[in-house]
Design a protein around this ligand. Structure first.
Ligand code: NAD
Ligand code: DAU
Length: 336
């Protein structure tokens, strides 16, 4: 039995990945390290509550003693743990630097001392900055030019991971993925926020004119890509992960409303995000050459996401009715 440390495994992508690994790899025991911030949710792990191959540890990846202790006898590390929401980083980025930069360093440092076999740093396409319409998609060698506090903190983690390969020869891999959608995404992010607002006939706050373009990667496609890179990627290499499921804000919002049979009049154009990145697009030929391709096109990914939120109302109502969410929503949207 091998041991894999998965950090941030109570969050959106991390919990989907924990479930994926336990289902696909009977040879692994998962050590799930998560601080349980507002975004961490043990409800996401209910299906594996009794699984003897899963151990949950509440803790901070930036805590050197804890991380050093946990790393003994570990084979693989996948680091998802992060503060992940751009809008919150615009309100203040202290925790983003702490988790995404210092936390990544602390984990890498312990992994190096314990001679971990492979370390996968889950990075983001936001490290590349913003593309103008018509510009070619980013490849893994495109310059890094992050433009908001979240993406700068993620770039620090990404480059620190690379430095551990270059400097110490540590077997590090880095993935840079586009916008994920799917089950268990905290409803501060656009798609789950809009789906759940629409179900409740509340306005859908589209930033600016809704012209910013994003690629929408279904989370299970991302998990398969991460699994492949972890096991078959070349140490020291970076892999873009995207699905070519592009849509701008207006188009995407209308598709969500149509899927739910709700009127387009629920759209409310609000003040734009400061420094809003206009467009992200990835060239993923390097990953595709490893044998990966996404299973879900935009229509399927959105429909499956909408279905999940419709079928799991108690999951998201508990969050949206919480004091934490209400306070955030008021601060972020009330005077917009
Ligand atoms: P999320 O916010 O849903 O989950 C983050 C998890 O990390 C939470 O469970 C939280 O409790 C935990 N966490 C935060 N700080 C921690 C710390 N210091 N120590 C331990 N645990 C901590 O985020 P997500 O959307 O699932 O993203 C996961 C990772 O994937 C992040 O690194 C993010 O940058 C990256 N990523 C996300 C997307 C996306 O579209 N969501 C795309 C590309 C990359
Ligand atoms: O591209 C990868 C990134 O995708 C990840 O690294 C981040 O962790 C993840 O949060 C996501 O970042 P975005 O900023 O792209 O996601 P978000 O859902 O916040 O916004 C998606 C788009 O929708 C963006 O153009 C802003 C817009 N938006 C967002 C919200 C929350 C709105 O128009 N209204 C909203 O209320």
């Amino acid at each position: 039995m091998q041991t894999i440390v998965i950090t941030g495994g109570a969050g959106f992508i991390g919990s989907n990945f924990v479930l994926h690994i336990l289902a696909k790899h009977p040879e692994y025991r998962v050590l799930n390290l998560d601080k349980l911030t507002y975004a961490g949710n043990l409800d996401n792990l209910q299906a594996i509550a009794d699984n003897p191959r899963h151990t949950f540890v509440r803790g901070d990846i930036a805590n050197p003693e804890l991380v050093d202790h946990l790393m003994k006898g570990v084979d693989l590390v996948v680091n998802f743990a992060a503060e992940s929401h751009v809008d919150r980083s615009i309100m203040g980025a202290q925790e983003f630097m702490q988790a995404n930069a210092l936390g990544a360093y602390t984990l890498l440092d312990a992994a190096r001392r314990h001679q971990i076999k492979r370390f996968l740093q889950v990075s983001t396409d936001e490290v590349y900055g913003s593309l103008a319409p018509g510009e070619a998609p980013w490849t893994e060698v495109s310059p890094l030019a992050p433009r908001n506090p979240y993406s700068v903190s993620k770039t620090a983690g990404d480059l620190m991971a690379r430095s551990f390969f270059v400097t110490y020869g540590m077997p590090v891999l880095i993935t840079r993925a586009s916008n994920n959608i799917g089950p268990c995404q905290y409803p501060e992010k656009r798609v789950p926020l809009f789906v759940t607002n629409a179900i409740d006939n509340l306005p859908l706050p589209v930033y600016g004119k809704g012209t910013a373009v994003r690629d929408h990667l279904f989370v299970s496609d991302h998990c398969e890509a991460l699994d492949l890179v972890l096991h078959q990627g070349q140490p020291g290499e970076v892999y873009n992960v995207g699905a070519d499921n592009d849509a701008d804000g207006e188009e995407l919002t209308k598709q969500i409303l149509d899927l739910l049979g709700k009127p387009h009049s629920l759209i409310e154009y609000v003040k734009d995000r400061p420094g809003h990145d206009l467009r992200y697009a990835l060239d993923c030929s390097k990953l595709r050459a490893l044998g990966w391709q996404p299973r879900c096109d935009l229509k399927t990914a959105l429909a499956q996401t909408v279905d999940w939120y419709r079928a799991n109302e108690p999951w998201w109502r508990k969050i949206k009715e919480s004091w934490e969410f209400r306070a955030y929503y008021e601060k972020q949207y009330k005077k917009r």
